[in-house]
Write a protein that binds this ligand. Structure first.
Ligand code: GDP
Length: 436
C-alpha cells in the first residue's frame, strides 16, 4: 500500500488527525495489539483504497530544545520514504518561522504535499487560513481534526493525489522474506552472507512502489524473494540515530513480505527501536523470526546465557511468544542457513490447513476439561470450531451459545491450545468467538 506521512509542529493536531483517519481500522486490529506503546502507524480506507499512515510526531521526544532540529530531520526522512506528505499547520497559532522552514524542505522534495490547515472550526478561521498560501504549497485544505470537519474532503484529495499502485510482478507461491532491524544490526551483512560469492543466483525485480525491490534467490534448495534489499542504503549518521528512521525504513519491506527476519544486535539486546519494528510486524500480521546477530562477539555462550537472552526477548514481546529465536553471526556465517531454513518453515506454517474433524477432535475435549468460566450464573458452552477458508493468516472460529461472555483470557487459552497441538511457530493467528 501507499504510505502517507503526517508532519508538522508539536500540538498542531497530528495525532488527533491520525486517530481520526485510522479510527475504524484501529478497532479491528486492537486485539492483536497487546503492546504497551502505540507509535502511530495505521491503515486508512477511503473509497475502496487502502493506504498506510504514519504520524511522525509519535517518535519525537517532547523536549523543547531538541525538537525543532529533530523534527526537521524527520521531515527529511519522511520525504524519502513516503508517497505523500500531509503538512499540518494550525490556524490558531498562525504561520510560524518553523512552518516556513519545513515548507522549504517540502517544496524541494519530489513527492506530493498536501497543506492542511487544522483547527478550522468556523468560516472566520477558514478566512485566516488563507495566509498559509504564502508557504508556496498551494491552497490549504481546511479541517478540524477534533470534530472531523473537512476530513472527508481531505481524504478525497489524498486518494486522488496518491500514485497509482502498479500490480506486483512477483510469483505469489514463493515466500517473501524481509530482513529488518535497527541500523547496524547487521542487515546488509546477513544479506551479503546469503548471496555469498555467487552473485548470479539473484535477479532483481524493480517493485511497484518507490523503492520496493524484490530479489529472487534460488540456492541450496531455498527459493524466495528478499524484499527491499536495495533499500539498504548508504549511511547517514544523523538520521540513523532517530528512532523514526528505522521505522520509516522498515514499513514498506514489512508490508510487502510474508515473513520478517528481525535482526537484533547481541551486544545491545532489545531496545525501543527493535520494539517499534516488532510492532509494525505485528500490526501487519506478518510471520516472525528473531535473529540474534553478532553472536561471535558474545564470549560466554553457555545454555544459561542463551536462556536468559531468549527469556528477555520473549518477555518484551509477550503475549506473542511463539516464534523462533536464532543465534547467528553474519560475519562468520554461523547458522546463516538455519535462518533461511527456519524462515521457510515459518512461511509454511502460515498456510496450515486444519480439517474441521481433526480440529474438533482435539479441541472439544480440551474445552470440556477447561470450559469457559460461567458468568452471572450463565452456563456458557462452546459447541464446535472450524478454521475459516481463504484468510490472510490462519483464523479459527469457536461457536458458543453466549459469545459475549467469553473474555480475552479464555480466547487466549484457546489460541495457546491450538499452538500446542499444531505447528504455528512464528505465525500470528486469529481466534474468534461467534454465536452458534
Ligand atoms: P545494517 O545497518 O543493519 O545493514 O548493518 P551492517 O550489516 O552494515 O552491519 C553493521 C556493522 O556490524 C558492520 O560494521 C558489520 O561489519 C558489523 N556486523 C554485522 N554482522 C556482524 C556479526 O555477525 N558479527 C560481528 N562481529 N559484526 C557484525
Amino acid at each position: 500500500p501507499n504510505l502517507v506521512a503526517i508532519v508538522g509542529r508539536p500540538n498542531v493536531g497530528k495525532s488527533t488527525l491520525f486517530n481520526r483517519l485510522t479510527q475504524s481500522r484501529k478497532a479491528i486490529v486492537s486485539d492483536t495489539a497487546g503492546t504497551t506503546r502505540d507509535r502511530q502507524y495505521g491503515k486508512c480506507q477511503w473509497n475502496g483504497q487502502e493506504f498506510s499512515i504514519v504520524d511522525t510526531g509519535g517518535w519525537v521526544v517532547k523536549s523543547d530544545d531538541i525538537f525543532e532540529g529533530a523534527i526537521r530531520e524527520q521531515v527529511k526522512v519522511a520525504t524519502e520514504e513516503a508517497d505523500l506528505v500531509l503538512f499540518l499547520v494550525d490556524v490558531e497559532t498562525g504561520l510560524t518561522d518553523w512552518d516556513e522552514d519545513v515548507a522549504t524542505i517540502l517544496r524541494r522534495a519530489k513527492l506530493p504535499v498536501i497543506l492542511v490547515a487544522n483547527k478550522v472550526d468556523n468560516s472566520g478561521e477558514a478566512y485566516e487560513a488563507a495566509e498559509f498560501y504564502k508557504l508556496g504549497l498551494g491552497d490549504p485544505q481546511c479541517i478540524s481534526a477534533a470534530t472531523g470537519g473537512g476530513t472527508g474532503d481531505l481524504l478525497d484529495v489524498v486518494v486522488a493525489t496518491l500514485p497509482k499502485e502498479a500490480k506486483e510482478i512477483v510469483d505469489d507461491d514463493i515466500p517473501r522474506f524481509a530482513v529488518v532491524g535497527r541500523p547496524n544490526a547487521g542487515k546488509s551483512s546477513i544479506i551479503n552472507a546469503f548471496i555469498g560469492e555467487d552473485r548470479n543466483i539473484v535477479t532483481e525485480i524493480a517493485g511497484t512502489t518507490r523503492d520496493s525491490i524484490y530479489t529472487r534467490f534460488n540456492k541450496f534448495g531455498f527459493d524466495f524473494y528478499l524484499v527491499d534489499t536495495a533499500g539498504i542504503r548508504k549511511k547517514n549518521k544523523v538520521t540513523e540515530d532517530l528512532e523514526f528512521y528505522s521505522v520509516m525504513r522498515s514499513i514498506r519491506s514489512i508490508e510487502n513480505s510474508d515473513v520478517c527476519i528481525l535482526m537484533v544486535d547481541a551486544t545491545r539486546g532489545i531496545e525501543a527501536q527493535d520494539m517499534n519494528i516488532f510492532q509494525l510486524i505485528q500490526k501487519n500480521n506478518k510471520s516472525l523470526i528473531v535473529v540474534v546477530n553478532k553472536w561471535d562477539l558474545v564470549e560466554n555462550k553457555d545454555q544459561k546465557v542463551i536462556d536468559t537472552f531468549k527469556n528477555a526477548i520473549y518477555n518484551r514481546m509477550a503475549p506473542f511468544v511463539d516464534f523462533p529465536i536464532i543465534f547467528a553471526s553474519a560475519l562468520t556465517k554461523q547458522r546463516i542457513f538455519k535462518v533461511l531454513e527456519t524462515a521457510k518453515e515459518v512461511y509454511q506454517n502460515r498456510h496450515i490447513h486444519i480439517g474441521t474433524t481433526k480440529l474438533n477432535e482435539v479441541m472439544l475435549p480440551i474445552i470440556e476439561q477447561t470450559p469457559p468460566p460461567s458468568t452471572k450464573g450463565k452456563y456458557i458452552k462452546i459447541k464446535y470450531c472450524s478454521q475459516l477458508p481463504n484468510t490472510q493468516i490462519p483464523s479459527f472460529v469457536f461457536y458458543a451459545n453466549l459469545p459475549q461472555y467469553i473474555k480475552e483470557p479464555y480466547r487466549r487459552f484457546l489460541e495457546n491450545k491450538i499452538r500446542d497441538n499444531w505447528s504455528l511457530h512464528g505465525c500470528p493467528i486469529n481466534v474468534f468467538i461467534r454465536q452458534k
